[in-house]
Ligand binder design. Structure first.
Ligand code: HEC
Ligand code: HEC
Length: 419
């Protein structure tokens, strides 16, 4: 198990809503109900641990109300794309938990990974399935220039925002908007062809000016994304009601099967070694032996992006960040031995997971029942991942088979559905 060395921002101290912990045993009438000790363990998953937003020291305007509003507008603006028809909300659909229920995202073209939900992402130290970005604002710059997502270039976007949202930009960023007259319509160092040629012809000042506006576009979008938070679920209500000895009502009741599922989740099935805390994730990367989709190139996950994170001009230590390089502990102490990350992907949050099929980084698994089957068998996946990745001495699946019986499988699925 590979643990992170540092939290960029410490999790908000668990909010104590459990003053009456000890009196719990008095009300636990049902033999199935969680014991006081179990409830204490369960309270780490409670949503109240997410009461406070973590500060983002690399984004000075992350709490600015005007920035949140501009970010919201840009998030839904389809003109921020090469074909005037893709916005962040094309894939991150608000009515749908900010994801799209597709195996892989579809923007101006079809991508190779599944759209991730946004609620709660602000607590994560690394973004994307492989964690190739280290802040929410830097993450937002990725899809904008991705050839399959927005398909735009930073010069186009910087010019567009400064001509259509100039007053808002000026008030958020202290009237710092640069002159855009000499900028080409299309230019980016990351987009081969005309865009790269145009980029290379810009002066270094011109490149810098465009990068500043581009980074600021990411920062306002991130400010908006920080307002998208996970919802309270039935498991939260059950824990709170039990600990506060409120009567359990329709809104907070859990069946014996669901409670048994939680016991497995946090016990014998060891799910909570990775799916831990109030978002049910350790924010780390693991190879869980998810097979490559048929006919696709094996996706090596975090293994491929270690050097990319470190050299990204838009990372926490870079000149477009508002943090001093010394404050970027997460980046500074990042585990850089790439080989341990072959085929490793970020542990996803499990909040509202039953609404998010298909599952895994490329939608390889269709139902929760099949997810549990995968964890139960694990061994099959191990050899699958070995032949898929074909990397000698590389890291393979961390899972060991759980060999769950049918009742246990049903219990785990039932528990996941309470989230
Ligand atoms: C074409 C569909 C598509 C569009 C458009 C899109 N995304 Fe995504 N989003 C994805 C996919 C797919 C991933 C995972 C990609 C990967 O891991 O390589 C993702 C990942 C993310 C994540 C990472 C969440 C996490 O927990 O790590 C965030 C945040 C995000 N997108 C925000 C945005 C924003 C902001 C925009 C607009 C600027 C946007 N996305 C546009 C499909 C899309
Ligand atoms: C070793 C760490 C680890 C353990 C243990 C673990 N998971 Fe996961 N889980 C992950 C990772 C990593 C992924 C994403 C894998 C991928 O896409 O390649 C994942 C994905 C999932 C998903 C899909 C979520 C989504 O949005 O796609 C579900 C559901 C899930 N796990 C439930 C469980 C359950 C239930 C258990 C216990 C039986 C468990 N996990 C044990 C790390 C773990």
């Amino acid at each position: 198990m590979h643990r992170r060395y540092f939290l960029k921002v410490p999790l908000a101290a668990p909010v104590v809503l459990f003053a009456s912990l000890l009196s719990h045993s008095a009300m636990s009438g049902s033999p199935d109900a969680l014991s006081t000790v179990e409830l204490q363990r369960a309270s780490q998953f409670h949503i109240s641990n997410l009461a406070l937003s973590p500060p983002d020291i690399s984004n000075a305007i992350s709490e600015n109300a005007d920035a949140i509003e501009l970010g919201r507008q840009l998030f839904f603006d389809e003109a921020m794309s090469s074909n005037n028809s893709v916005s962040c909300a094309t894939c991150h659909i608000p009515e749908n938990g900010f994801q799209d229920n597709k195996a892989v995202g579809e923007g101006v073209a079809r991508g190779v990974r599944r759209t991730m939900p946004i609620a709660g992402a602000q607590w994560s130290p690394w973004f994307f399935w492989d964690g190739r970005k280290d802040s929410l604002w830097s993450q937002a710059l990725g899809p904008l220039e991705d050839r399959k997502e927005h398909g735009a270039t930073r010069a186009q976007l910087a010019k567009y925002v400064l001509s259509n949202y100039l007053d808002q930009y000026q008030s958020i960023f202290d009237n710092s908007a640069p002159h855009t007259a000499s900028w080409p319509d299309i230019a980016s160092p990351l987009v081969p062809g005309l865009a790269a040629e145009n980029w290379n012809q810009l002066s270094s000042q011109g490149q810098h000016d465009i990068n500043v506006v581009f980074a600021n576009i990411g920062k306002v979008i991130a400010a908006y994304e920080r307002t998208i938070r996970p919802n309270e679920n039935r498991f939260d209500r059950y824990i709170a009601a039990s600990l506060n000895t409120h009567p359990i009502d329709d809104n907070s009741a859990m069946s014996s099967e669901e409670i048994a599922g939680f016991r497995l989740f946090s016990g014998k099935a060891q799910c909570s070694t990775c799916h831990t805390g109030p978002r049910f994730t350790d924010d780390f990367f693991h190879n869980t032996g998810i097979p490559t989709p048929l006919g696709k190139v094996p996706d090596l996950g975090r293994y491929k992006v270690i050097s990319q994170v470190l050299s990204d001009p838009f990372n926490c230590a870079g000149i477009y960040s508002d943090a001093g390089a010394d404050s970027c502990a997460e980046l500074k102490y990042m585990q850089t031995n790439a080989r341990q990350f072959i085929g490793a992907f970020k542990t996803p949050s499990l909040r509202a997971v039953s609404q998010r099929s298909p599952y895994m980084h490329a939608g390889q698994i269709k139902t929760l029942e099949d997810v549990i089957e995968h964890y139960s068998r694990a061994g099959d996946a191990l050899s699958g991942s070995l032949s898929n990745f074909n990397v000698k001495n590389g890291r393979v699946s961390e899972l060991t088979p759980l060999n769950l019986n049918d009742a246990e499988k049903r219990q785990l699925v039932a528990f996941l559905k309470t989230l």
